[in-house]
Design a protein around this ligand. Structure first.
Ligand SMILES: [Zn+2]
Length: 317
């Protein structure tokens, strides 16, 4: 078990981050709770991040035009869904938001490599599952999920034949991931999502998801966990039956918790912990290297939910 984190992940610029429900300091808050919970024992699990991802690396997945767009404040305002962003200089936005995202994208790739060595690793950030090769959406500029797969395949860490299983339990459909792997039969996508929230109109993504599990607004923990317990083992068994799965990528968005205004579901804090424990146990008992990413989560409790799960996983290993 390894936990990957760097202070540079944290986003913020003159309070502007408060205009979006995403807490740009969430990672720092989760880290502080982990330090409280695990004390000096945390150093045993910790892996640092050396640098932000470069343009060249982002081009493994994203188009040149997309990277150019991400230098325009008006395009960033749209991606962040915050109009005021259009009034700022790119250099400031780069410092406050884009560079932190590049650091955390690099963290996702390091976490995946650590997962291959140690079985399970968590990047304390990212999971940007709405980013498409040519388009930013829903606060997601770069697809760290697709970048992991591209880098690990290009250097031979994952072979051409090996499959990748993607488990998305954020409240929103991982439409960006579906678009990044539209024509890749080696990627298997399991997605449990609130069927009534963004991105309901993305039928191309919906069609690409191998195992879509839509749940209703207000879905409670008992219904959610029963579905997960029934469907996830079946998915993992079918994906692993005939070919080797090189890596599992687990998107552990915490916007499924009750009170999250974007996720609109009704899981308790304990349900979220139980969800993460179940994924951990299911991949662990199949010996599947798994990297966990944090993704969405817009309540005050989000960082606590993350710390609960990460602390439990550290103690379980
Ligand atoms: Zn979400």
């Amino acid at each position: 078990m390894k936990v990957i984190y760097n202070l540079n992940y944290n986003m913020g610029l003159m309070g502007l981050e408060k205009l979006h429900p995403f807490d740009g300091k969430k990672f720092q808050r989760a880290w502080a709770l982990l330090e409280q919970e695990l004390g000096s024992g945390l150093t045993k699990y910790y892996v640092d991040v050396d640098r932000p991802l470069s343009d060249d690396e982002l081009l493994d997945i994203h188009t040149t035009q997309h990277l150019q767009m991400m230098r325009q404040p008006s395009a960033l305002a749209k991606a962040f869904e915050v109009r005021e962003v259009a009034l700022l200089r790119y250099s400031m936005l780069d410092l406050g938001f884009l560079t932190p995202m590049r650091w955390a994208c690099r963290g996702s790739i390091i976490a995946a490599r650590q997962a291959l060595q140690h079985g399970f690793a968590i990047n304390l950030g990212e999971g940007f599952h709405h980013a498409k090769p040519d388009r930013a959406e829903g606060f997601c500029l770069f697809s760290d999920i697709a970048l992991i797969v591209a880098q690990l395949r290009s250097d031979g860490t994952l072979t051409d034949e090996q499959r990748v299983a993607y488990i998305d339990l954020d409240a929103h459909l991982g439409n960006g991931v579906a678009h990044c792997f539209l024509n890749d039969p080696r990627m298997f996508h399991f997605d449990m999502f609130n069927e009534s929230i963004y991105p309901t109109s993305d039928t191309v993504a919906m069609d690409r998801v191998d195992c879509p599990i839509p749940v209703p607004v207000g879905c409670e923990g008992s219904q959610y966990l029963e579905l997960l317990h029934n469907q996830l083992p079946r998915f993992l068994d079918s994906v692993t039956r005939t070919k080797d799965v090189g890596l599992v990528i687990y998107n552990a968005g915490t916007d499924v918790v009750a009170g999250d205004d974007l996720g609109l579901m009704s899981l308790t804090e304990h349900d979220v912990l139980e969800r993460d424990q179940f994924v951990f146990q299911e991949t662990n008992r199949r010996n599947l290297p798994t990297v966990m990413l944090l993704s969405g989560g817009y309540t005050e409790a989000s960082h606590r939910l993350i710390a609960n799960s990460v602390a439990w996983m550290c103690k379980a290993t």
